[in-house]
Design a binder for this molecule. Structure first.
Ligand code: 6PG
Length: 225
């Protein structure tokens, strides 16, 4: 908990604006220092507003490399895929080169997709910035309460997820925490009970993000109230 920094903003729009500001600043730092920006994106609905804003921003896009924190095992063109949401909101209209966008191949099934993606992730760690969301039960990425994964793996197959669809692929805390910066976006009153449980010390999946760089939680008033 010591390494968790909480920042409360008036509303979800302000959280999105701050997210974009921090992502663009992270990109500038990483590209100046190492010539590349390795960014992990979150699925779910919360970050979509920030993705739409990024579509209208300027950056040194050719040096961006994009990954996903988790994916749902559905056909590649299924509207419920995290990749499709992100493509529609941002990347379809962005100059980030297609070969720099590394979707999780979840259409191959949880086991095969996880092992294929692990090889990609292994070669790029550490990330520069990881974006995550939190579910109302305290899950993050596709790491759900009561499910345990081999911590030596970077990417795992997930079965029986309580949030549909049940088959998913997720980066583990081991991979997600190998980053120079981690931003967790939490908006809306529905997230308030899980936040309280986290802050009172319950071992929710989101509470297991113990990263050397710390965790920056960007909240709106509704979630924080
Ligand atoms: C997914 C996720 C998941 C999500 C949280 C929050 O595939 O659904 O990546 O971890 O980030 O459930 O989702 P919302 O932003 O929709 O509340």
């Amino acid at each position: 908990m010591d390494s968790v920094r909480w920042q409360v903003f008036p509303d979800a729009a302000t959280v999105a604006g701050e997210t974009v500001r921090r992502v663009l600043a992270g990109a500038e730092r990483a590209i100046a220092a190492r010539g590349a920006f390795h960014l992990v994106l979150a699925g779910g609905s919360t970050p979509e507003r920030a993705y739409r804003l990024l579509a209208d921003c300027d950056s040194n896009w050719a040096h961006w490399h994009i990954y996903l924190g988790d994916e749902r095992c559905l056909p590649a063109d299924d509207p419920e895929r995290n990749s499709l949401m992100i493509a529609r909101a941002w990347l379809d209209s962005s100059p980030v080169p297609g070969e720099n966008i590394h979707w999780i191949p979840a259409e191959r099934g949880a086991e095969q997709g996880a092992s294929d993606y692990q090889a990609i992730i292994q070669a790029v760690l550490p990330f520069d910035l990881v974006l995550l969301g939190m579910g109302e039960d305290g899950h993050t990425a596709s790491l759900f309460p009561g499910q345990h994964h081999d911590p030596t793996r970077l990417v795992v197959p997930v079965h029986n997820a309580p949030k549909p669809p049940p088959e998913r692929i997720s980066l583990t805390v081991t991979a997600l925490c190998q980053t120079r910066e981690l931003l967790l976006l939490v908006t809306g009153a529905g997230k308030n009970p899980a936040l309280r449980r986290w802050r009172s010390g319950e071992p929710l999946p989101v509470a297991t993000l113990e990263c050397e760089a710390g965790v920056d939680v960007l909240l709106d008033q509704a979630a924080a109230a």
